[in-house]
Design a protein around this ligand. Structure first.
Ligand code: IYR
Length: 238
């Protein structure tokens, strides 16, 4: 960012050819405009069909789709390129049952007394409650952990930067990749979700960020009738 060669006013990134150690040429393929537009429209049309799903079928999903999606998520930009994320993919039925039990225990308390009326009111259109069958029904549950700090081999801590932002971007790519692969997901944040670290045996520097059941919608699946904000209300051009 704004990196300048010593003793020069020219930003280094104005040229993609560099003989500086630690830098390599960027093999960038510039697309014809027609192709750019076609790809951009195709991606938008696809993303417009993405929905958060709460009723999952128990149909199996090819492991390669999950692996590829996690690999795609791992391409996300991150603070200081520290890649402060771990994706734990759970398929073991017993482990999923224990995650569901723990999540439902917390959610029962949240819906029962911890969430203020305003919050419950905001969630009403989504039709959510304390029951979380998707954690057991979905063939895979991806639990994303943020690495609050790094652990060096000698056990000392390395500061991580922009962890939440970095992991949020990675999760966006993960969701888009799973959607492109013809799967459905739910971005679920059981509250609180500290129990996931212990249940999944993760180290002390990792914090659960989100839990994502992945699979196919159940035959009986219904969705809340929601609309997305129009472009004119989210895009400001100056
Ligand atoms: N964690 C609860 C409540 C919940 C909160 C928000 I913000 C949502 O968008 C949806 C649900 C639950 O998972 O039910």
């Amino acid at each position: 960012m704004g990196r300048r060669r010593k003793g020069s006013a020219t930003p280094a990134h104005t040229s993609c050819v560099s003989d500086e150690p630690g830098f390599v040429p960027f093999a960038f393929e510039r697309l014809p405009e027609q192709e750019q537009l076609a790809r951009s429209h195709r991606f938008l049309a696809s993303m417009r069909t993405r929905r958060s799903v709460r009723d999952f079928s128990r149909d199996p999903v090819s492991w390669s789709l999950i692996e590829n999606a996690v690999a795609a998520a791992g391409t996300a930009p991150s603070g200081a390129h520290q890649q402060p994320w771990t994706f734990v993919v759970v398929e073991d039925p017993e482990l999923k049952r224990r995650m569901r039990d723990a999540a439902e225990g917390e959610e029962r308390r949240s819906y029962g007394s911890r969430m203020p009326d305003e919050w419950l009111e905001a969630l009403r259109p989504l039709g959510t409650d304390w029951r979380k069958p998707h954690i057991e029904d979905a063939p895979y549950v991806i639990v994303v952990f943020e690495q609050a700090y790094g652990l060096r081999p000698d056990g000392t801590k390395a500061k991580h930067y922009y962890v939440r932002e970095s992991v949020g971007i990675a999760v966006g790519l993960l969701l888009a990749s799973l959607h492109e692969a013809g799967l459905v997901t739910l971005t679920h944040t059981p509250s609180p979700m500290g129990f996931l670290r212990e249940l999944l045996g993760r180290p002390e520097n990792e914090r659960p960020y989100v839990l994502i059941p992945v699979g196919y919608p159940a035959d009986r699946c219904v969705l809340p009738d929601l609309e997305r904000k129009p472009l004119a209300s989210i895009l400001v051009r100056k």
